[in-house]
Design a protein around this ligand. Structure first.
Ligand code: DHK
Length: 148
């Protein structure tokens, strides 16, 4: 089976309680369940992880090609700060989709820049938890040989 790795960065474990007017009321576990359902529908396997630690995320990104055909990444705030994640993503030869729950461009200026976007195949942002499902769909299409 083709497996997709979904990585979530810092503070995303707080979803549901964290600024629900911005991030919605779904918990990370709800999003995990949503992703699992969508992945099954697309014929994909899914591994879903979260860490508050930049190094753990870098390790998982580096290792991703060993077990996964694609990567869906919500880097959280590290998207705005992490050259280490940028460099790790650059080593990958599997498709990468960046996802943000909120519309980062409608928020503070420091959220407008992403170190992940230039090394991602695509970006979904501002569509809440639906963005994860759309990201999985985009990865499935890319893996099936469709080009955007
Ligand atoms: C999540 C975060 O934790 C923020 O630091 C980003 C992103 C936005 C999101 O919308 O999913 O700025």
């Amino acid at each position: 089976m083709t497996d997709i790795l979904v990585l979530n960065g810092p503070n995303l474990n707080m979803l549901g309680k964290r600024e629900p007017e911005i991030y919605g009321r779904e918990t990370l576990e709800d999003i995990h369940a949503r992703c699992r359902k969508r992945a099954t529908g697309l014929g994909l396997g899914l591994e879903f992880r979260q860490s508050n630690h930049e190094g753990a995320l870098v390790d998982w990104v580096q290792q991703a090609p060993e077990g996964f055909a694609g990567l869906l990444l919500n880097p959280g705030a590290y998207g705005h700060t992490s050259i280490a994640l940028h460099d790790a993503l650059k080593t990958l030869d599997i498709p990468v989709v960046e996802v943000h729950l909120s519309n980062v461009f409608a928020r503070e200026a420091f959220r407008h820049h992403s170190y992940v976007s230039p090394v991602a195949d695509g970006v979904v942002c501002g569509l809440g938890a639906l963005g994860y499902a759309l990201g999985l769909e985009a990865l499935a299409a890319r893996l099936a040989g469709e080009r955007a």
